[in-house]
Design a protein around this ligand. Sequence first.
Ligand code: NAG
Ligand code: NAG
Ligand code: NAG
Ligand code: NAG
Ligand code: NAG
Ligand code: NAG
Length: 473
Amino acid sequence: MRSFITFSILLGQLLLTMPFATALTVNANDPNSLKSAASTAAASAVNYYNNRESKLIPGKFDGTWWEGGAFFTFLINYWHWTGDDQYNNLVAEGLSWQGGEDNDFFPSNYSSYLGNDDQEFWALAALTAIEQKFPDNPGHASWLSLAQGAFNDFVARWEVDKASCGGGLRWQLYPTLAGYDSKNAISNGAFFQIAARLARYTNNDTYATWAETVWDWSSTVPLFDNSTWKIYDMTRISENCKDQDVMQWSYNYGSYVTGAAYMYNYTNGGTKWKEGVDGLLNTTWNTFFPTEYGGNILSEVACDPILTCNRDQVCFKGLMANWLSTIALIVPYTYSTILPKLQGSAVGAGAQCSGPNSACGMQWFSQKYDGTSAIEQEMSAMSIFSNALVGFSAPTANSGSSYTAPEAPAPVTADTGGNSTSNPSGGQSSTGYQPPKAMKITGGDRAGAAILTLVFATAWIGMMVWLVIGGAN
Ligand SMILES: *[C@@H]1O[C@H](CO)[C@@H](O)[C@H](O)[C@H]1NC(C)=O
Ligand SMILES: *[C@@H]1O[C@H](CO)[C@@H](O)[C@H](O)[C@H]1NC(C)=O
Ligand SMILES: *[C@@H]1O[C@H](CO)[C@@H](O)[C@H](O)[C@H]1NC(C)=O
Ligand SMILES: *[C@@H]1O[C@H](CO)[C@@H](O)[C@H](O)[C@H]1NC(C)=O
Ligand SMILES: *[C@@H]1O[C@H](CO)[C@@H](O)[C@H](O)[C@H]1NC(C)=O
Ligand SMILES: *[C@@H]1O[C@H](CO)[C@@H](O)[C@H](O)[C@H]1NC(C)=O
């Protein structure tokens, strides 16, 4: 992801006064109401997708690449929870297409400007496919082999760059990009989660060892404080990974807490992972479910309240919806805590989907349409409506309703019904990235560091504005 601090343009504001602006009324106790809201948001998101400029390239969004991975994750969730398979071919086509020449989600068309996080969100989509039994695409690399191929790339990049900060993945891969000097939370949190999910699915301990390595490394640098369970966005290699910025983003928490949940499940309730799940869920509730909105509505607090979320950031709530419903199933004692948060957020999102033709804004905590509209708003709404259906995953919960819960609601493994084909030696792109041999200070690095300093400064200013405006609680 690259557009770190840009401001969304409120085009939708013009539409505020138009007629036919009805909300999607969501009753969280009625599965058909959630299903119907999910279906409306899905149709709208797919409509944006089908009408994009780059529509001849399956899976490629205009102006961004990573979001295709999030989009397909949410559409697989949509199918999993609602049973509506009308978009499955579109998903399979795009997910296979962007697997790239080496079957590792590092296609040469885009690899020169991709960061680790961009590639990771596609690997996470493939993992969602295998865990929710989305069938492999005949004649193409299996979903599992694509995720394994990407995993092998991350391992290679980590190994070759160990000299800087004792480990960790960089944000960007090339010295010409600003984030090359940075090791950031999402690149490492998502790698941790990918390793943990591969471990649980394949039962291959090599993946679990990597997951633990990434988790342990993260708390040796200021990205991850394992006493307060706070996660910061990035730290700089040129500062020996001793600094940190202050931004709080839900996806950083979500990537780590979900990985911890998979490790908890994989280790059959391991204490280390239980502590991580409990601690990180607690900070997640305290930070992203503000009491001023009742405590059960997800808000991207650094930007939702002041409507400055960029397109990347608008997707974070959708990612969290996917991750929280998963945690509820693989760490079963969290189910009763998580469910009201998903349900409250779904009801909130329904009220926010009150623009023209039920267009969704980003402020789920507000009953009044915020005037923003784009595919990202629809994607996150589709995700929360779909994933709130986890509340009806118990077979007995369905009486009196025409809703049919998935046969296997929780993510499956290779031993419990998953059948995606394994290829543990895939990836390691020959056509694209060559990891840096050593950290050389070049003009490019310095420029990157300067740009990043600016980003840090801007982030501070943004935070101060937010505090002054009264977002803090
Ligand atoms: C790469 O670009 C070419 C030319 O625009 C296009 O035909 C192809 O589909 C692209 N491949 C991917 C993986 O996006
Ligand atoms: C926190 O991280 C430090 C540094 O990695 C480690 O030594 C310590 O055991 C961790 N504590 C917990 C509770 O995981
Ligand atoms: C949860 O967070 C609150 C506030 O940060 C803290 O006081 C409390 O001890 C935490 N509880 C757990 C179980 O970590
Ligand atoms: C692991 O997840 C499964 C659902 O797939 C659940 O039945 C099981 O209880 C979980 N294990 C633990 C230790 O909570
Ligand atoms: C894997 O399972 C799915 C259904 O869950 C099925 O459609 C597919 O044909 C199976 N593939 C193989 C290779 O058995
Ligand atoms: C386990 O995963 C590692 C890492 O990819 C791989 O080298 C090894 O072959 C795998 N083992 C099995 C039995 O698949």
